[in-house]
Design a protein around this ligand. Structure first.
Ligand code: FAD
Ligand code: NAI
Length: 510
């Protein structure tokens, strides 16, 4: 009985502490402290982008050391790992967005934010040209263009969708990189479903509309195919049973297997699961042309011969990886040391863009020898924050040492004390200056593959632990829930999952 009493007390206190902490987090979120205003005497640090790399930097940077300016056309951070779930309405888009203004308002010193695109960087004059494409946002507003001078520049602009110049891709496909893409896909799925159920619709047209083609068997393509299959099985089948048996997902991949970055056993597991889910996987099939209602591809057959294949589609989602953003391509052309860079800005082990001074790059636009993932981008951003915090401390220490040394030269009475302080400062300075180069620490790869199953490749001691199935799905959900940017995001995502389980996904079109 005594043990039971103590257990109750302990549980009661834990619940109280959790509720207290949650209340504090919510209160703190709404009541940030007053911010220190920019100081013209300090260096100007310009950060391009509000994605994983840049926000990783901003989150950990002591902003009082610099005048920080952030430029990005997107005034929010996007938690991309849950973006495929937004395409079917499992998760509402606002649940995985965090306004950049909220992030910056919580920094000690104020940070300027401009909603604009960097169109070019001039490394000679140390200025960034920025463009506010207001036309698309506010009716009647004109495009504005200006320049921002920088002392230090961090480029974290991410990447664009790769199309490899394949004709018809841009005109006819949906991509899956931004919130707008997910919203468009969600609308188009319902367009196809509603048009397929129209009175008197021909059988051929129903088959075309209900064929959802995904090009690219990387994690984006596989996760989207899985989410789509869940949507039809769990919701459309119940709501519109008359057409749901015509529903088909075709996943087209140029390589001999999907998820090339995962271990062999997980590739096999994923392909088998997708086939069980009736997803038609077409491997060794390279899309060569896209027209308004069909995809034309070249299939390499088992005997090595090639065959042309035409796949009609209602919705086409193109997920074939990354390409350079125009601002990055423009900068590459200005730096002779980058003439051989094709995939992004080549950086050294401190993430300095090779061939430049005072320019760093993080994330998908940087080539540091790692895969273009959120994990890498976020760790690079955090590394730069540590580096910049250290650089500011170095400057402060060097300034103080200079000041103390000149007072020593004046031979004042307290010279022994001053000498001791200098010695201690020099010791600290050596420690601060000893910043180790960036080293990526891989925490594992996870991907959702549909029907409440996921695959995980996680480093385990000196080897690798590979798992797939329903337990891995729970691990996947809890890992991504804990990685969400803020407590607000976590609560919203959790509520979305519960809401969809209880009431189903919202199939209204707008
Ligand atoms: P981004 O996060 O793309 O941010 C780029 C920022 O730059 C944006 O704010 C953009 O608006 C801004 N920008 C663009 N152009 C300009 C310009 N000209 N001037 C100024 N700013 C500009 N990775 C994982 O590790 N795990 C996952 O589960 C995972 N899931 C994913 C799911 C999907 C659907 C996608 C598309 C990607 C996923 N990734 C995942 C990959 C991950 O999202 C990227 O590697 C990551 O976003 C890269 O971060 P970044 O900061 O380089 O770029
Ligand atoms: P990807 O580059 O990983 O895969 C693209 C696939 O498209 C490749 O397998 C390629 O062979 C195929 N392809 C290219 N051209 C083709 C064509 N013409 N026809 C048919 N197939 C073609 O791209 P993805 O999936 O967009 O991912 C981009 C980055 O984001 C990767 O680094 C990935 O690891 C990361 N990511 C990670 C996720 C996770 O960890 N769960 C989820 C989504 C993305």
């Amino acid at each position: 009985r005594r043990t039971l009493r103590w257990t109750w007390r302990f549980t009661y206190l834990s619940v109280l502490a959790t509720v207290g902490y949650t209340c504090y987090v919510v209160w703190d979120d709404r009541h940030p402290n007053e911010q220190v205003q920019p100081d013209p005497a300090k260096k100007t640090l310009v950060v391009l982008g509000t994605g994983w790399g840049s926000v990783g930097l901003l989150k950990n940077l002591d902003t009082e050391n610099y005048n920080v300016i952030v430029v990005s056309p997107r005034n929010y951070f996007l938690f991309t790992p849950l973006l495929p779930s937004c395409t079917t309405g499992l998760i509402e888009h606002r649940s995985i967005m965090e306004p950049v203004r909220t992030i910056l308002r919580h920094k000690k010193a104020a940070v300027k934010y401009y909603e604009a695109e960097a169109s070019s960087v001039d490394p000679e004059r140390k200025v960034v040209k920025i463009v506010d494409n207001a036309d698309g946002k506010t009716k009647g507003a004109k495009t504005a263009e200006t320049e921002i001078p920088y002392d230090m520049l961090v480029i974290g602009v991410g990447a664009e969708n790769a199309t490899f110049g394949i004709p018809g891709v841009r005109e006819n496909s949906c991509f899956l990189k931004e919130i707008g893409d997910a919203q468009l896909i969600r609308k188009k799925i319902m367009d196809c479903v509603e048009r397929a159920s129209f009175k008197g619709q021909t059988q051929e047209e129903i088959d075309r509309l209900m064929n959802f083609v995904v090009v690219g068997g990387g994690p984006t393509g596989v996760e989207f195919a899985g989410e789509l299959r869940d949507f039809f099985e769990e919701d459309i089948k119940q709501l519109i049973p008359e057409i749901s048996h015509r529903f088909k997902v075709t996943l087209i991949e140029a390589l001999p297997n999907v998820l090339p970055s995962f271990s062999k056993q997980l590739i096999e597991y994923t392909e088998n699961t997708l086939r069980e889910e009736n997803i038609d996987i077409k491997l060794k099939t390279m899309v060569k042309r896209v027209t308004e209602g069909a995809v034309e591809a070249e299939v390499v057959k088992a005997d090595g011969t090639k065959e042309l294949l035409k796949v009609p589609y209602g919705l086409l989602v193109w997920a074939t990886g990354n390409a350079l953003r125009p601002v990055v391509r423009d900068l590459l052309g200005k730096i002779p040391a980058q003439k051989d860079s094709r995939r992004g800005l080549a950086v050294n082990e401190y993430l300095v863009v090779q061939g430049t001074r005072d320019i760093w790059a993080v994330g998908d636009c940087a080539v540091a020898g790692y895969a273009p993932t959120a994990q890498v981008a976020s760790q690079e951003g955090t590394f730069l924050a540590r580096l910049f915090n250290n650089m500011a401390k170095t400057d402060a220490h060097e300034g103080r040492i200079k000041e103390l040394s000149s007072s020593l030269n004046l031979k004042q009475g307290n010279s022994a004390e001053v000498a001791t302080e200098i010695e201690s400062l020099e010791k600290q300075l050596r420690r601060i200056k000893d910043v180790k180069p960036f080293k990526y620490s891989h925490q594992g790869s996870l991907a959702y593959i549909g029907s409440e199953k996921a695959v995980a490749d996680v480093p385990w001691f000196n080897g690798n632990f590979a798992a797939g199935g329903s337990l891995t799905f729970l691990f996947w959900r809890s890992a991504y829930l804990s990685m969400c940017f803020s407590s607000r995001n976590r609560v919203l995502v959790l509520l979305d999952w519960l809401k969809s389980k209880a009431f189903g996904r919202d199939v209204s079109r707008e």
